[in-house]
Ligand binder design. Structure first.
Ligand code: PCA
Length: 188
């Protein structure tokens, strides 16, 4: 079976296949984690389906937001992959979406994003822009100022040359905001 991957090569793909052997399936909404996605996992982007189709664990869209701090968001590497560089204070506030996800989907995303080698998962403050979470979200709620702590996948293991690339505030795999287009690929 072929799998479409966002990052790196075959070795990462085989680790993606391994997640299915790990632990029992989490069936209920419980032990949920807030994740902010700014790249290929957003709505309309090539890997979004993982966030909501239930095949890799449960995820629910809560709303949209921007990072409270500025970050450089670049499109880099052979496959034009989006990377939020862990250099708070430079770049722009980055737009994305907030999801509440279960432990199974969190584990899948860690492996899918080659965390912690390629990306590292870090908790940052997100300023919510639109919020559509209901009571079912088990208490996920921004504070009175609209702020919410969320995990995101950023990198501090990047090639320093990437700091010279153009910085974006919003990512689109199909080049809508002028970025180089994402290169879809198969691996086995
Ligand atoms: N996937 C993660 C990090 C970059 C990427 O393409 C995301 O969408 O936030």
């Amino acid at each position: 079976m072929f799998t479409i991957r966002t990052v790196l090569g075959a070795i990462k793909c085989s680790s993606t296949h391994c997640w299915q052997k790990l632990g029992p399936t989490v069936k209920k909404f419980g032990n949920m984690t807030n994740v902010f996605v700014y790249g290929t996992l957003k709505k309309g982007q090539p890997n979004h389906h993982y966030m909501i189709d239930g095949t890799q664990g449960k995820g629910k869209y809560c709303g949209s937001g921007v990072t409270a701090e500025k970050y450089p968001l670049v499109v880099a590497g052979k496959y034009n992959i989006p990377f939020l560089l862990d250099e708070p204070g430079s770049g722009q506030e980055v737009s994305g979406e907030i999801y509440t996800i279960d432990a199974q989907l969190l584990q899948f995303l860690d492996e899918f994003e080659s965390c912690p080698e390629l990306y590292q998962r870090k908790q940052v403050k997100i300023r919510t822009v639109e919020w559509e979470a209901s009571d079912k979200m088990l208490g996920v709620q921004p504070d009175a100022d609209g702020m919410l702590l969320c995990f995101l996948y950023c990198t501090n293991t990047f090639d320093r040359e990437w700091l010279k690339l153009p910085y974006y505030s919003n990512y689109d795999a199909f080049g809508k905001f002028g970025q180089p287009k994402y290169v879809l690929r198969e691996c086995r």
